[in-house]
Design a protein around this ligand. Structure first.
Ligand SMILES: Cc1cc2nc3c(=O)[nH]c(=O)nc-3n(C[C@H](O)[C@H](O)[C@H](O)COP(=O)(O)OP(=O)(O)OC[C@H]3O[C@@H](n4cnc5c(N)ncnc54)[C@H](O)[C@@H]3O)c2cc1C
Length: 426
């Protein structure tokens, strides 16, 4: 049985989309996730974005959700709505949160290239990406070895004038009609070891004061390198590794957001707004993961008998199942609403004034929900919950790493609290 749906307007195309994505999530994404999860580290390092089990899963997902779905119509995409985005990411997260994240970061470099409003970059990069001509896996390089949580707190830290912060580790200097990039990101870049293009946060001309910029960098450029996949506990089906740059040259147009890339009509797309968009994806995927864990627990509790009755009939198990259901439904309702709001304020109106505190709260709430629900689902499985024979064991590990991905719960909450304390009107 699929999820209970109480939203009456959720019908027609949206429910067809959900069914189509669910089928791929069930038949391709979940088995592929399980297969990669069980690979040895050296086998994970051999994964390719272009062939093999990871690539097959990406292709199957793109059959039902083409790459063009994510980009606004104004830029040649299909202009998927925030609600449709939520539906897609929830279903893929239900299949496997790791593979869903690989799918989500794929879109980051072309999305930023689009938001640069540069015609040439659109023709040379975005259009071949949309048409499928370009062999592509995107990634998003933000975190640096010396700058983890700090990246999310940059504004408050700068406001406080904190001078003890380590210097930026990925820099771009202006040279002629382009930039030269140097440095390395932390080994946490999702899909980094497989990526062809990176949406890269860089410090532009640090000598003139710290300026955040965002560059689209092809990873086959001379001097660019992808690190090997790290061996890790969860979301093993989304290989993570560093990306590094040694005198990598990019043309001006590839510095898509930076001091010189402010669009006159839209203004600067600040890190806040980028985090609003990524929070939508993480919230929706986490909701899907929470739902998957709940469904595993429910199915198990209906079957497994103790004391002559299915364990679902025992009061404490019954209460746990209710609590899980309530959490999943709350996460779905809130993350769906946040996706609608953020899409409206960013990729639909191009106003870039989405509510950061709501988007971050969505991400924090849904990640916490995924972890709590997966935790209770393991408990309901008893001893079977810790074996690799049952899907819940992987889901629990995946849910655990989500508490750090895209910012730890504490740091995201602290950042959001600043906005709430300063701006909430009573
Ligand atoms: C699964 C996964 C996927 C990821 N994908 C990407 C990606 O695609 N691209 C990318 O660039 N990065 C990615 N990351 C990196 C991620 O954003 C960082 O790991 C995260 O922001 C935390 O940084 P850190 O690991 O350096 O921890 P640190 O910043 O060192 O934090 C360590 C601990 O200290 C706490 N802490 C730090 N500062 C404060 C504070 N001011 N107040 C209170 N507590 C504090 C934190 O909450 C945490 O518990 C990913 C990480 C994971 C786990």
């Amino acid at each position: 049985m699929g999820p209970l749906e109480i939203d009456a307007s959720y019908e027609g195309y949206e429910s067809e989309l959900r069914d189509a994505v669910h089928e791929v999530a069930r038949d391709v994404v979940r088995p592929a996730g399980r297969e990669i999860d069980r690979m040895r580290p050296d086998e994970v390092r051999e994964l390719d974005h272009d062939k093999g089990v990871y690539a097959d899963a990406m292709d199957a997902m793109h059959e039902v959700v083409p790459r063009s779905a994510f980009l606004p119509e104004e830029f040649g995409g299909d202009g998927m709505s925030g609600r449709e985005f939520h539906t897609v990411m929830e279903e893929l997260g239900w299949g496997s949160s790791g593979i869903a994240m690989g799918f989500a970061v794929d879109i980051m470099p072309p999305l930023f290239a689009t938001l640069s409003f540069d015609d040439e970059l659109r023709e040379s990069y975005v259009e071949p990406f949309l048409s499928g001509e370009l062999d592509h896996q995107g990634c998003w390089g933000v975190t640096e070895p010396a700058h983890g949580s700090e990246t999310l707190q940059a504004e408050s830290l700068l406001k406080e004038g904190n001078e003890d912060i380590a210097p930026p580790q990925v820099t771009a200097r202006k040279e002629g009609d382009g930039y030269v990039i140097n440095g390395a990101k932390a080994p946490w870049v999702s899909a980094g070891p497989l990526a062809t293009h990176c949406a890269l946060h860089v410090d532009v001309d640090a000598s003139e004061g710290s300026h955040g910029g965002l560059a689209v960098v092809p990873l086959d450029a001379e001097g660019a390198e992808r690190g090997t996949a790290i061996d890790k506990m969860g979301q093993r089906d989304c290989p993570q590794g560093d990306v590094s740059f040694n005198e990598v040259r990019i043309p001006d147009r590839n510095m898509v957001l930076g001091p010189d890339a402010l669009h006159p009509d839209t203004g600067y797309v600040s890190f806040d707004q980028i985090l609003c968009v990524t929070s939508c994806g993480v919230a929706a995927v986490s909701t899907g993961l929470a739902r998957a864990a709940f469904e595993e627990a429910l199915a198990y509790a209906r079957e497994r008998e103790q004391g002559g009755t299915p364990i679902a009939e025992h009061q404490t198990v019954k209460k746990k199942l209710y609590d899980m259901f309530e959490k999943v439904e709350t996460a779905r309702a809130y993350s769906r609403r946040v996706c609608e709001h953020v899409w409206d304020r960013t990729l639909e109106s191009f106003e870039f004034d989405a509510s950061h505190r709501h988007a971050v709260a969505g991400q924090v709430y849904c990640k916490r929900t995924a972890f709590e629900v997966a935790h209770d689902a393991v408990q309901i499985h008893g001893g079977n919950g810790i074996t690799r024979d049952y899907p819940i064991e992987k889901m629990f590990r995946d849910a655990r790493v989500k508490l750090i991905e895209d910012g730890t719960l504490d740091v995201l909450a602290l950042e959001s609290a600043e906005g709430i304390i300063d701006e909430y009107s009573i």
